[in-house]
Ligand binder design. Structure first.
Ligand code: PMM
Length: 268
């Protein structure tokens, strides 16, 4: 997977009252926009707007509420000329977000949560589709963290998604894969996947990783809080850059851009 191109930095903009890592700090549309402007200033490549928390145990929000949270933010962002991603499992929200200016659909369920998602993506060939490895909704995902060989299992389940989606008309060129760090994964599963991204890249698609401030980092660091997992998250970005990753999904932009610069310089 060796590649000396800078990974794309996808900045997280959670428009939810309960996202674990930023404590819901960006819930109102105005503060979400202010945060987006900061990220743009710091050189973000894609802003990932999400209106539904996927933290373990989180309750679902209804589609109307999810749309009401994200669409005004996406419309305002589309005026700023930054690439926009919608983080949703719902086809209806993806459709409205694309109409409002999103060019990436980030679906943590990889099309499994909503049978209409593939149709929406197939009818917008200009949109990139992030297909994450997923086994079930947040309420049940801890019980689903059982694998024979986590790398082989995630690889084959992602491959199944690719086959199903392309059969439904999604173009291979639209697809980006994501191992789904923290989703139905124990800490050791996350580390195994991160150690073996080159095996996942054999599927032939760009890879995105979202590890920023996640719980497995807290466990490694003796119970560090989400804010206290920042330095470890940035260290991981340098190493993922070295491994040739296509993109990283992160809470802070500037430190990750700096880590990427260092890694790229060392790779020359
Ligand atoms: N993680 C979360 C939400 N969306 N999307 C992708 N593609 N990959 C991830 O790992 C991912 C995601 C959960 O984290 P958050 O609550 O910090 O947004």
């Amino acid at each position: 997977m060796i590649n000396s191109v800078a990974p794309l930095v996808m900045g997280i903009l959670n428009v939810t009252p309960d996202s674990f890592a930023d404590g819901g700090r960006h819930f109102s549309s105005e503060s979400a926009l202010r945060r987006a402007e900061e990220m743009i200033f710091e050189g973000v490549d894609i802003i990932d707007v999400g209106g539904e928390s996927t933290r373990p145990g989180a309750e679902r929000v209804d589609a109307g509420e999810e749309e009401a949270r994200v669409i005004p933010v996406i419309k305002a962002l589309s005026e700023l000329g930054v690439a926009i991603s919608i983080d949703t499992m719902r086809a209806s929200v993806a459709r409205s977000a694309i109409a409002a200016g999103a060019t990436f659909v980030n679906d943590v369920s990889g099309g499994l949560a909503d049978p209409d998602m593939a149709k929406v993506i197939a009818s917008h060939p200009e949109v990139q589709y992030i297909v994450m490895h997923w086994r079930g909704h947040s309420a049940s995902m801890n019980e689903l963290a059982k694998y024979q060989d986590v790398v082989a299992d995630v690889k084959s389940e992602l491959d199944d998604r690719v086959l199903a989606l392309t059969k439904l008309g999604v173009k291979a060129e639209q697809i980006i894969l994501d191992p789904g760090i923290g989703f139905a994964k124990l800490p050791e599963h996350n580390w195994q996947l991160l150690r073996n991204l080159d095996r996942l890249s054999l599927l032939g698609f760009p890879l995105l990783v979202g590890a920023s401030r996640k719980r497995f980092l807290g466990e490694l660091l003796g119970g560090a809080t989400p804010d206290d997992r920042e330095i470890a998250s940035v260290a991981l970005t340098a190493l993922l850059t070295n491994a040739g990753i296509w993109g990283i999904r992160v809470h802070s932009v500037k430190p990750h851009k700096q880590a990427i610069s260092v890694a790229l310089e060392l790779m020359k």
